[in-house]
Design a protein around this ligand. Structure first.
Ligand code: FAD
Ligand code: EPU
Length: 265
């Protein structure tokens, strides 16, 4: 186990966030020790807006045994989703194609029920192991209240590993589906972001609504509404969390949109 003071801006895809104590856990014993005081769990940091003041709680990151995986057995919550998507295609296993292009650890993808219109994480789950209250417990996906970009994990629950629901399919078929998902993502910006900032209102696209309001290019400091896709807020380099939050609020003054990101603290 490693415990160090870090700046969370180095651990989030938006590139913002202040100091925290990072606990990198590698074994169940580490996890038990790390959770003896208040904590938060960090995945790939792809859906997080961390404030410039940082966080008081321990920030736990899963590594070691928690990052090991076998597509036909248990997959550690610290494993990187993009690697699984590629490896599944290579092995002729279908079920993860719709998750192509989502930067996430498995645990973060479960918590957020990450997805695209081609499929979401919950569809690909057979079982989920969660650590809470000092012990590991296995859940069926139906028990976890999955919905559009949401889940109901037990309070303080840390996803530690999952079993995936994958079907053998011809590789060409899997690759064709992946190409379709990839094409649907072409309009998304490559600059630093945390994916879509807002949830799509039922039957609508937040990105289109923001675009139609003429808000693309709106800027606070180095935080800007992407010119490529209205639902992406990008960090042009030196954005502070405060700049990003101010931009979020400016958009919400124009449109009643619900933030998709998790905000720390
Ligand atoms: P983090 O951002 O690190 O954490 C998110 C939440 O999950 C936090 O509350 C954290 O505490 C919790 N968490 C993390 N790990 C665990 C764990 N093991 N147990 C319990 N809780 C945990 N999302 C989509 O749904 N679809 C997309 O198409 C998509 N495209 C994106 C494109 C880009 C370029 C980027 C930067 C992001 C995109 N996202 C997308 C957002 C993001 O990738 C997802 O929300 C993803 O699920 C976040 O996973 P993470 O591991 O980074 O979690
Ligand atoms: N559109 C515009 N202007 C814009 C952006 C979009 O007119 O600035 C239009 C597009 O032309 C399209 C429609 O709006 O007709 C929908 O856009 P898009 O296909 O990009 O899908 P989206 O609803 O904006 C959703 C997810 C993405 C996911 C894509 C691909 C949400 C909030 N967003 O985007 O997920 O990658 O579909 O399936 O559900 C995320 O959640 O972080 C994320 C990036």
């Amino acid at each position: 186990m490693r415990v160090e003071r870090v700046l969370l801006k180095d651990y989030t895809t938006l590139g913002v966030g202040g100091p925290a104590e990072l606990w990198t856990v590698e074994t169940p014993e580490d996890l038990k020790k790390a959770t003896e005081a208040p904590y938060r769990v960090l995945g790939n940091g792809s859906n997080l807006l961390v404030m410039d003041e940082g966080v008081e709680e321990r920030v736990i990151r899963l590594s070691g045994v928690f990052a090991e995986w076998d597509l036909k057995g248990w997959v550690g919550a610290g494993a990187l989703l993009p690697l699984l998507v590629q490896e599944a295609a290579r092995q002729g296993l279908s079920g993860l194609e719709g998750l192509l292009g989502i930067p996430a650890q498995v645990g973060g993808a479960v918590k957020m029920n990450a997805g695209t219109r081609f499929g979401e994480m919950a569809d690909a789950l057979e079982a989920v192991e969660i650590f809470h209250g000092g012990r590991f417990q296995i859940y069926e996906p139906q028990e976890l209240g999955f919905g559009y970009r949401k889940s109901h994990l037990p309070p303080g629950g840390i996803v530690t590993r999952v079993r995936l629901r994958l079907k053998e399919r011809p590789q060409e078929e899997i690759r064709r589906r992946m190409a379709e998902v990839d094409a649907a993502r072409k309009g998304q910006p490559k600059k630093k972001s945390a994916g879509c900032a807002f949830k799509n209102p039922p039957g609508q696209s937040a990105g289109r609504l923001i675009d139609q309001r003429g808000l693309k290019g709106l800027r606070v400091g180095d935080a800007m509404v992407s010119l490529e896709h209205g639902n992406f807020i990008v960090n042009l380099g030196g954005a502070k969390a405060q700049d990003i939050l101010a931009l979020v609020r400016a958009i919400q003054e124009e449109l009643p949109l619900e933030l998709e990101w998790e905000v720390w603290p």
